[in-house]
Design a protein around this ligand. Structure first.
Ligand SMILES: Nc1nc2c(c(=O)[nH]1)N[C@H]1C(S)=C(S)[C@@H](COP(=O)(O)O)O[C@H]1N2
Ligand SMILES: [Mo]
Length: 251
């Protein structure tokens, strides 16, 4: 007869407890927003840890802001896709017909012109753009805090993520709602005191200065507030996920 020894009972109990703990740690992590959408990727465990640490300890941390003397004399604009005829037409009209749509989990979906945004609020900050390839530059950016735009639309309590789209169809990204509401996250329409130049993402760029350059998407046209990233891409919430860009790119 097989007897249950103290030892086997103990081992079984520990394994069961570990199993339960393993499952519930993940479930708890998800519940409290500690799990990034790309936790399944090659970055998986490391990404999850760095994102969880950021969520727990760095939610309100601020990106470094620089003194005016440190603004780069020659900022580097990464290459962009060749403008379409439609883009060229909008540019010829000084982008008066450019619109930023605000949709999803908001009380009042909106379609905003540059003039609408300028009339809302202006904030400026001197921050750095850092590319994952190693170069960086410092510039003064001015625009409307994204929080101001989202509050104008009335963010619903179900909001967890913000997905943002570019004029370039293969460029879109997402951030969590804390990053979206962070005071340094800016719907940017001005750079170094002039209208945001097209090579730097004009007329409208989302500056997310707490993360690497690729999260600062140029030529933004649409913001979607959502409770889940499941339907966005393959659930990883970014266009570049399959090219090895980590979803969370905190610096
Ligand atoms: N629409 C769009 N946004 C984009 C890119 C792009 O190619 N298209 N490149 C990204 C990358 S990889 C970086 S590092 C920064 C570069 O910003 P810069 O051109 O101002 O240096 O823009 C990001 N935003
Ligand atoms: Mo980049």
């Amino acid at each position: 007869m097989k007897t249950l020894t103290r030892r086997s009972l103990l081992l079984g109990g520990v394994a069961a407890a570990a199993g339960v703990a393993g499952v519930s740690a993940f479930a708890l992590g998800k519940k409290f927003g500690l799990i990034p959408p790309d936790w399944r990727s090659i970055y998986g465990p490391g990404e999850t840890l760095s994102y969880a640490a950021h969520r727990l300890f760095g939610r309100h941390a601020r990106a470094r802001e620089f003194p005016r003397e440190m603004i780069s004399a020659k900022p580097f604009a990464n290459s962009i896709a060749r403008p379409t005829d439609e883009f060229t037409r909008l540019q010829a009209g000084n982008f008066v017909d450019w619109r930023l749509a605000v949709e999803g989990h908001v009380d009042q979906p909106m379609s905003l012109s540059l003039a609408n945004l300028r009339a809302m609020e202006r904030r400026s900050q001197i921050t750095e753009v850092s590319c994952e390839e190693g170069w960086s530059y410092i510039a003064e950016w001015a625009g409307t805090p994204l929080a101001t735009v989202l509050n104008a639309a009335g963010v619903r309590p179900t909001a967890r993520w913000l997905v943002y789209y570019s004029w370039e169809p293969d460029w879109w990204e997402s951030i969590d709602i804390d990053e979206a509401m962070h005071p340094q996250t800016l719907v940017t329409w001005e750079m170094n005191g002039a209208d945001l130049p097209v090579p730097f993402g004009g007329p409208l760029r989302l500056r997310v200065p707490r993360q690497l350059g690729y999260k600062s998407v140029k030529f933004i046209t649409r913001l979607v507030v959502t409770d889940s990233l499941d339907g966005f891409g393959d659930g990883t919430g970014q266009s570049a996920a399959n090219q090895g860009y980590a979803w969370y790119a905190g610096i």
